[in-house]
Structures are given as C-alpha cells and as structure tokens.
Design a protein around this ligand. Structure first.
Ligand SMILES: [Zn+2]
Length: 134
C-alpha cells in the first residue's frame, strides 16, 4: 500500500493508506463506506478529507471512479472493465467480459474512445434467494 503510494509520488499518510485498504477490502465503496471503514480502523477523518483523498488517488491513477445511477463509487481496479449491479440491494461487482465481446460504437469518427465500460443489471444471489423464499 505504502509502496504504491510512493511509486506515484504521494506520501503514505495514514489517511491515504486506510483509504487504499478500504478499497481493497470492500467492493466498490462510496465515500461514506470508506469513511465507515476508516472509523473501524480508528483513523479519524472527516467526510471532506475522504473525498479529497479519493480524488487525489484517482488523479494519481491508483483508483477509478465508477458513477452508477447518481452515486460515485470507487474501484481499486483502474483498467477498463464492466460492472454488474443488483437492482434490489444496489451492490456492485466486477464483471469480466470475454475479450472477444467488443462493443463497437456506431459513430466513432468524431470521438476518441479511451474507455469502455458496460453496466449489467440483475439480481445478486442473496436477493434471488429472498425473492424465492418470499
Ligand atoms: Zn470494478
């Protein structure tokens, strides 16, 4: 964690380290979830600090932002990949598409595409069980 930060020219402050740990431990947390995680590690931070740290890490290329339905979540995986979202509980997981499944945009003439991410939606295993058992 510390080495990754230093490799990007960032000092490994306790706040930055705990935010990186949160992103490792949780699947696509938003800033509030990162804050809650930091509190369990007894690292005191304000919400504003959490946002600042996440933004700094994002600009350094250590984390990616995933904007889903008005909510900004953060991802430790920074290369282009898809996500699947449970329409019932809102949980977000990674979805690895077969490399051959390339989606071609109808008009690429005026665009420079540098990222491609598809949001899949459905019911996660937990919510499927709830639906089945009422
Ligand atoms: Zn992801």
């Amino acid at each position: 964690m510390e080495e990754e930060l230093r490799a990007q020219g960032l000092r490994a402050t306790p706040q930055r380290v705990v935010v990186m740990e949160a992103l490792r431990a949780l699947s696509h947390p938003d800033a509030e979830a990162v804050l809650a995680f930091a509190q369990t590690r007894h690292t005191s931070m304000s919400v504003a600090t959490v946002y600042n740290v996440l933004e700094k890490l994002r600009r350094a290329g250590l984390v990616a932002a995933v904007d889903v339905r008005g909510r900004r979540c953060f991802d430790i995986r920074t290369e282009s990949h898809d996500h699947v979202r449970c329409r019932q509980c809102g949980r977000l997981n990674d979805m690895d598409r077969h490399p051959a499944t390339r989606i071609v945009a109808p008009d690429q003439e005026s665009w420079v595409i540098d990222n491609q991410s598809v949001l899949w939606e459905g019911l996660c295993p937990t919510c499927q069980r709830e639906v089945q058992h009422g």
